[in-house]
Design a protein around this ligand. Structure first.
Ligand SMILES: Nc1ncnc2c1ncn2[C@@H]1O[C@H](COP(=O)(O)OP(=O)(O)OP(=O)(O)O)[C@@H](O)[C@H]1O
Ligand SMILES: [Mg+2]
Length: 285
């Protein structure tokens, strides 16, 4: 699972060093009663401007992996490197967008919410922070709501504020944990579309967690499939050719079915990728 698959866009320009290298990472939770192994020897690499998706069933350790990349949890084995430097703690070069948008402090306006991490991390002075906040609010279509308070916004708008706040920090990698899961289906679709448009414009590097096969195919250019608990790498798929326009198409549906089989059919052996119809899949075990 080391060499990246061919066909991902900008990454080939900067192929020498991946932005993120996760090598044989095992993660555990220790409680007084027992030890829970969340992931087992997981490896993957994210290149610059990848939209890399972690896909797997509930409890397979996706959120735990994201927290480890963010630096909130240390691996019990393996290593995580960002631009070649080991990750030991949280830092402004990795920003997480979670599922709950009510994490926006309600007493701050939309603009103040976006400015806050820039000021708290001393990344920018107030004037520059304000300019940067307005720039990214404009990018997510919320320039007119800069002075509004979060409780006056819809779920989708709060999601946009959270994305603007994260992008304003210009992190090396943007980490998103099921960011649209709390939204209704239509708003979720719209947010996926907007995220892709934003990516076209900004070309940020994204690590995106979902347990929706459809969302993974739409959002990602590469998808890492994780087995059920504890999460191990099942396969990596190049999903570059799909976007929102592919939804409902035959190729898209077949791919979704094949991914379902890869995730849940433990009998699929190494080397059977051709049987599944993926020309560019790597099966890990
Ligand atoms: N704080 C914790 N203490 C103990 N065990 C935990 C803790 N958080 C998660 N786990 C366990 O670790 C495993 C992985 O959890 P994790 O939340 O990473 O899964 P996930 O893939 O994100 O699932 P979901 O799709 O439901 O969000 C699960 O078995 C879970 O029960
Ligand atoms: Mg989770």
């Amino acid at each position: 699972m080391t060499a990246p698959l061919p066909g991902h866009t900008v990454s080939t320009l900067n192929a020498l060093q991946p932005v993120l290298q996760v090598q044989n990472v095992s993660l555990e939770y220790r409680t007084a009663q027992r030890v829970v192994r969340a992931t087992h020897e997981v490896s993957f690499e994210v290149d610059r401007s990848d939209r890399f998706v972690l896909l797997g069933p509930s409890g397979c350790g996706k959120s735990t992996l994201l927290k480890a990349v963010a630096g909130f949890i240390q691996p019990v084995a393996g290593s995580i490197q960002l631009d070649g430097n080991p990750v030991h703690e949280p830092g402004p070069d990795r920003i997480v967008v979670f599922q709950e948008f009510d994490q926006l402090p309600p007493w701050k306006t939309v603009k103040q919410n976006v400015m806050f991490p820039l000021l708290a991390s001393r990344t920018l002075k107030r004037k520059e922070a304000e300019e940067r906040a307005l720039h990214y609010l404009d990018k997510v279509g919320l320039a007119a709501f800069a002075e509004a308070y979060p409780h006056t916004l819809s779920g989708g708008m709060k999601a946009r504020v959270a994305i603007a706040r994260a992008l304003a920090m210009q992190p090396k990698i943007l980490l998103m944990d099921e960011p649209f899961a709390a939204l209704d289906a239509l708003t979720r679709r719209k947010m996926q579309e907007e995220l892709l448009e934003l990516w076209e414009e900004v070309r940020f590097t994204l690590l995106f967690v979902t347990h929706s096969i459809e969302e993974a195919l739409v959002v990602g250019n590469r998808i890492l499939l994780l087995s059920p608990h504890p999460g191990r790498v099942r396969a990596e798929i190049n999903s570059q050719r799909f976007d929102l326009h592919s939804l409902g198409g035959i190729d898209f549906q077949h791919s979704a079915q094949r991914i379902h089989r890869l995730l849940f059919d433990q009998d699929i052996a190494v080397g059977s990728a051709d049987d599944l119809g993926f020309a560019d899949v790597r099966i890990a075990y």
